[in-house]
Design a binder for this molecule. Structure first.
Ligand code: SF4
Length: 222
């Protein structure tokens, strides 16, 4: 979206795709949808079409123009592995990350099966580069934990988990092969609560497994 991100664990956001649709409970209060829909119908606005998915090829070269190294969150307003983004377009995004290798990229998805399949085929070379971090969202046990297995089943050099919003205790989570974990509660109107013991359990599991743990926020209505 810009080179000045407000997301704490990243410096810049880059959105060569805009828009998405909901796939699991973690999407219920999607901040990207809320933001995008505010501008639906505003002529000339980047989100004139609201949260409808569309490719933005004119954004593809943006990281090549940022000369100073940044931590870049890829598709903060979408999901790169959405079914309506063609393999060819994902490969074009990947090519920019391969060439503009002075940045560190964080690619986060809920479509972990497609990411797994592409990291094992078309994107296998990029997967092993340490300047691209591949991550999955984990909001609960049912949908979230299988995504970790999909991520583990890739040749990614750096794997991370975005556990946000954490909606329940993740129990005996397997963190083998994971480099770091970000945890946060949901914010804003209707925010679903996150219990302290769920966070403590995850922190302790990270500690036992030697995985870096970043606690982002408790969340809440305010
Ligand atoms: S996958 Fe991400 S961007 Fe897409 S609707 Fe869900 S939370 Fe929003």
């Amino acid at each position: 979206m810009s080179d000045k991100s407000k997301i704490e664990w990243t410096d810049a956001t880059w959105n060569p795709v805009r828009g998405c649709d909901k796939i699991s409970p973690g999407c219920k209060h999607c901040y990207a949808e809320t933001f995008a829909e505010r501008f639906r119908g505003v002529p000339g606005h980047p989100y004139e079409q609201g949260f409808d998915l569309r490719l933005v090829p004119e954004k593809l070269a943006e990281p090549l123009r940022w000369t100073k190294p940044k931590m870049v969150f890829v598709n903060s307003m979408s999901d790169l592995f959405h079914k309506d983004v063609s393999d060819d377009y994902v490969e074009r995004v990947a090519e920019v990350m391969r060439v503009a290798n002075w940045h560190t990229y964080q690619v986060l998805t809920k479509r972990s099966e497609r990411m797994r399949d592409m990291l094992n085929s078309n994107l296998s070379e990029l997967a092993t580069e340490r300047h691209v971090w591949w991550g999955v969202s984990v909001e609960n046990r049912r949908q979230g934990l299988p995504r970790i297995d999909h991520l583990r089943d890739t040749p990614a050099a750096v794997r991370f988990l975005s556990v946000e919003p954490l909606l329940e205790d993740l129990g005996n989570i397997n963190l083998k092969g994971i480099s770091w974990v970000i945890v946060g509660g949901e914010s804003g109107n209707g925010a679903r609560p996150m219990r302290e013991e769920w966070v403590r359990n995850l922190r302790d599991k990270c500690k036992d497994a030697g995985v870096d743990f970043f606690f982002k926020q408790w969340g809440g209505v305010r």
